[in-house]
Structures are given as C-alpha cells and as structure tokens.
Design a protein around this ligand. Structure first.
Ligand code: AGP
Length: 372
C-alpha cells in the first residue's frame, strides 16, 4: 500500500503532489505543430460549436467550483454566456434549453447520479452535451454527445484535489478552442495563454516545495473551531474549495465567500482571533480588484481576525496586514486558481492528519455519489 501511495502517508498527499503531472498530462497532445489547439477527440462538429448560444455547466461539489472558475475564463475569452448550476438543482427549475445550448458536465468519476440525471434531462430537452471527465468509459461520458478527458490519473482520496486542477485545465482548453473556432481571440493570444498554461506544472511544483510552511501553520491551528475563506473573481470559487476541503476531511466549520459580500453580512462573524484565509487577486489583474481585496484584509484584521493570505510572489501590499503570507509564483490572473488552490489543499490535509483523522476516507462520505 505504501508503494501505491508513492511514498506518501495518504493518497490525498500523493494526489496533491501528482498535480504538476495532472495538469501537464491534461495539456498533452492537444496542440498541433503550428501551436493550434486540436480537439478532434471531442467528436462534436466544429460548425455546431460555432453556433452555440449559451453554455450551462453542470456539476456538484468540487467539480462545481471548477465550473465556476471556468465561467470567468470562458465568458472572457469566448463571449458566450456561461451559467454554472449544481446538477441537483438544475432539472427542478424548468431551465431554458434548446439545441443551441451546450451542456458541459464536470465530473471526476463520471458516475455522480445527480449530474448524470441532469445531463439526461438536458439531452431530452434537445441540448448538446459535452462531458469533462477523469474516468475513461464511465457513464456520463458514454451518455454524452462529446467528451474531453482530464488526465489526472485515478483519484482515490475522497477529497478531490488533482481532478480539480485537471478540470480547470480542460475547461480552459475548451474555452480557448471555442475562442479559436469563433475567432474571438487572436491566434497569438491563444498561444500566449497556452504557453503560460504549460508553465503551470513547474509553478505548482514550487508551491509544493514550500509546503512545510503551510503544514506548520496547520499543526498550530488544529484546535480552531471555525475558519473563513475570502476570495474574489476566480479566487471566489477557490475560497469555497478551501472551505470544502476543511469541512470534509478535518470536520471544521468553514465557509468560503466572495470578499465583496463581507460588508453585506459575514463581517459580523469576525471577532478576536478568527482565522480568515484570503485568496488575493493578482496585482496585475483587472481594475482595482487587488486594492479592494487588500482593503478587505485590513477590515477583517482591524476587527481582530488572524489573517492568512495566499498572494502572488512579489505582492508586498499584503504583508502589513497578514499574520502569514503564502506566496505562489506569478502567472496570468485567470490561471491563478491552478496555483492558489494548492496551499489550501495542503493546509486541510495536514490539519486533518494532525487531528488524527482518516484523511482519505472521511466519515459519512463516499468517493462517488451514485445515489440521488
Ligand atoms: C470533493 O472533495 C468531494 N468529495 C465532492 O464534492 C465531489 O467533488 C463531488 O461529489 C462531485 O464528484 P464528481 O466530480 O465525481 O462528479
């Protein structure tokens, strides 16, 4: 069993460390010699993809957070509206679907019953269905019109890690491919983004190499009853993912929310010593997002919070207001989730281990949820 875990104590640790390869393998072989994206494997007529008027992403749990990240990128690159909906909510609300709607399901296992039922429902309503899936030949891709596999390799730990990064990577490839087909980005822009995506595995490795700092904090925080996570833009789903990891394996009350929502309620939760993780946007990003999040850090700190920030290397603005800073290497703002998620995974994994819990098989949970 030790060999299966690649020398790590748990599958989750191993899978966190598999992430550079998961991203690399998901990118592999999907461009031609001239640098153009080729996704022939999709089995969907490019003409049909050109005519899509709306995308609806369906998924649950961590996969749904990958979908939320994808929405920011795909709408920005392709200029097609993207909705993200939890599979189990979708078919009970009479959604608007027609034959120009593309359903993109995201599922690691390909067997999640809620997502399968939602895909079936959408198909019946005439939508095109595309599965982004990590499990070859599983039910959801078999029942979909098209499939784009993530190549994260088998994920054993109940808490999803490498599948999440692979899902973001694959949905970015889909977005770039649609942008290429529809002429929404210049070829040079697509090539630049792809080149930066190819640099991500090495940068994830850098984050992994700095893991001791995160594990040390996790050990120190093992007795905390509640942890909050804030993020904005693509950092918002990352914050929710950080909270979900802590709930599912460390059984700690955790909540992730959009930093802009603070003043609309959650700031009332902050009192002396409350740990707050903040996923800080890139200082090179859009408008004044970075400055706004920095002022959120100040606001919670002024009310006694213990602030832990995940920020881009070289971001000096957060230092004065953070108890602890975890730096991740610089990349394009939209690619940041592929890096900022990693410290949060390491944190949850180390904290659960510190509490003596079964990290790979948390209580009450199954790896794939095959019941509705
Ligand atoms: C993730 O850590 C969870 N165990 C869970 O939320 C999972 O992502 C969800 O059940 C969806 O599974 P799927 O990707 O296999 O469809």
């Amino acid at each position: 069993a030790a060999a299966e875990k690649g020398g790590f104590g748990t599958f989750m640790e191993k899978e966190i460390h598999d992430q550079p390869k998961a991203v690399e393998d998901t990118l592999l072989g999907r461009t031609d010699a001239s640098g153009r994206l080729v996704l022939d494997e999709l089995r969907i007529d490019p003409e049909e993809l050109k005519g899509i008027s709306k995308i609806i992403v369906l998924a649950c749990g961590t996969s749904a957070y990958a979908g939320m990240v994808a929405k920011y990128a795909i709408e920005h690159w392709v200029r097609v509206p993207v909705e993200v909906e939890l599979s189990h909510e979708f078919r009970y609300r009479d959604p608007i679907i027609d034959d120009s709607t593309l359903i993109v399901s995201l599922s690691q296992s390909g067997e999640t019953m809620d997502t399968l039922m939602a895909v079936r429902y959408a198909k019946e309503q005439g939508a095109r269905t595309l599965a982004i899936c990590n499990t070859n030949g599983s039910t959801i891709p078999r029942e979909s019109d098209a499939v784009l596999y993530t190549h994260a390799g088998p994920e054993i730990a109940v808490a999803s890690t490498k599948a999440f990064l692979a899902q973001i990577t694959a949905s970015y490839l889909l977005g770039l491919y649609m942008a290429q087909l529809r002429g929404k980005l210049f070829q040079g822009e697509i090539e630049d983004i792809l080149a930066d995506l190819h640099k991500i595995p090495g940068k994830i490795q850098e984050v992994l190499d700095g893991g001791d700092q995160i594990r040390e904090l996790a050990r120190e925080m093992a007795q905390e009853p509640s942890v909050l996570f804030l993020g904005r833009h693509v950092g918002y789903p990352v914050a929710m993912e950080g909270a979900l990891k802590l709930k599912e394996i460390a059984y700690i009350h955790a909540e992730g929310f959009a930093a802009g929502e603070l003043k609309h309620g959650p700031i009332a939760l902050i009192d002396q010593g409350q740990p707050v993780f903040v996923v800080v946007p890139s200082p090179h990003g859009r408008d004044s997002l970075h400055a706004k999040v920095v002022s959120n850090i100040q606001e919670v700190r002024a009310r006694g919070a213990r602030t832990i920030t995940v920020a881009e290397a070289g971001d000096g603005d957060v230092v004065d207001y953070s108890e602890t800073v975890f730096y991740v290497p610089e990349t394009q703002p939209l690619l940041m989730p592929l890096l900022t998620t990693v410290p949060l995974q390491i944190f949850a994994c180390a904290l659960a281990a510190e509490k003596g819990y079964d990290v790979d098989q948390p209580r009450n949970l199954a790896k794939s949820v095959t019941v509705e």
